[in-house]
Design a protein around this ligand. Structure first.
Ligand SMILES: [Zn+2]
Length: 315
């Protein structure tokens, strides 16, 4: 897969966020979410809210021109009341019709209507036309118009689910050497809930699992990684997206298939919303992500295998 971007990506200093995660005050959720949390028995703890995290990078919500929401679920929409009305809310196709108005107009909504009504809500259209753009098979919109951040239409988990592709700059790219010697452009694919676990899109034929290398890391036989695979394959994903996690199973499958091509591209690091294996293995805000290099991608890509080892040992 080839990703073509414009050359001029010096950056406009415009700032956007992709998803807000969970609200810090769990008791401030709409009733439907509160009920769900009680019934599920989940023990959720949020130590910092978004303004606190932004402050660590000397930013505040007033610096944020837009919040892009991958989708409407409560663990992604955070607390929109913490942002000024000047912050635009960006959502995917069909979002408004499917998910707004929020609570209390819709008693079952996970969105608080008053918070959403304060903002300009920009619903992205990926309509076919002369400006039609595809990135890796995903209908795309060039958000800044400079090739640095693409919104991608990735439905299936929910109506209007968005993913994004962010171009990250490399420190050495401005060091002055000849352009042909510059490192290649690197990207981060922000997957939201396109799926919920890395084993749903890893490994693949294009990005097979090197069982010998992983065996050396985990000091176990190479055969272990095939033994725990339902199809004994190092070229097929370990898991499938459960149907109950989708509103459109076929669309979800299509989105995940396209995601696999990005994951196989050595210049793209795929990060999905619920990949806990990345915690402690990569820098988080306010540190920049532009220190990512090929070696780090290998480490991050296969970090989820630790779960398989632990689960098997415990079982
Ligand atoms: Zn979700």
């Amino acid at each position: 897969m080839t990703i073509e971007v414009n050359e001029d990506t010096r950056g406009s200093q415009r700032k956007i966020l992709f998803d807000l995660g969970l609200r810090k005050e769990l008791s401030s959720h709409p009733p439907a979410v509160e009920r769900f949390l009680v019934e599920s028995g989940w023990d959720l703890q949020v130590t910092k809210d978004i303004p606190e995290i932004l402050k660590e990078g000397n930013l505040s919500p007033t610096d944020i021109e837009a919040v892009v929401f991958s989708h409407h679920h409560f663990d992604h929409v955070g607390d929109l009341s913490q942002f000024p009305s000047t912050t635009t809310v960006v959502v995917g196709p069909g979002f408004k019709n499917a998910h707004l108005p929020g609570w209390p107009v819709n008693p079952e909504s996970s969105l608080i209507d008053d918070d959403w009504k304060r903002h300009n809500i920009r619903e992205i259209s990926f309509d076919v036309g002369p400006e039609e753009l595809f990135i890796g098979g995903f209908p795309a919109v060039d958000y800044f118009g400079d090739g640095s951040f693409y919104l991608l239409n990735a439905p299936g988990h929910t109506i209007g689910h968005l993913a994004a592709l962010a171009k990250i700059s490399l420190a050495s790219a401005s060091s002055g050497e000849h352009p042909s010697q510059h490192p290649r452009d690197k990207f981060v694919f922000l997957g939201g809930d396109i799926c919920h676990y890395p084993g749903v899109f890893r490994p693949t034929e294009s990005s097979p699992l090197d069982t010998e290398a992983q065996a050396a890391l985990y000091t176990c036989p190479a055969s272990f990684f095939l033994d725990v695979h339902p199809e004994k394959s190092c070229e097929k994903p370990y898991y499938r997206m459960p149907a109950h996690c989708t509103v459109d199973e076929k669309a979800a499958g299509d989105s995940i298939r396209k995601l696999c091509a990005f994951d196989a591209n050595e210049d793209v690091l795929v990060i999905i919303g619920h990949d806990a294996s990345l915690i402690g293995k990569m820098d988080f805000f306010p540190k920049p992500i532009n220190v990512w290099e090929k070696e780090a991608k290998d480490t991050l890509q296969w970090a989820f295998l630790k779960d398989l080892c632990q689960n098997t040992i415990h079982n």
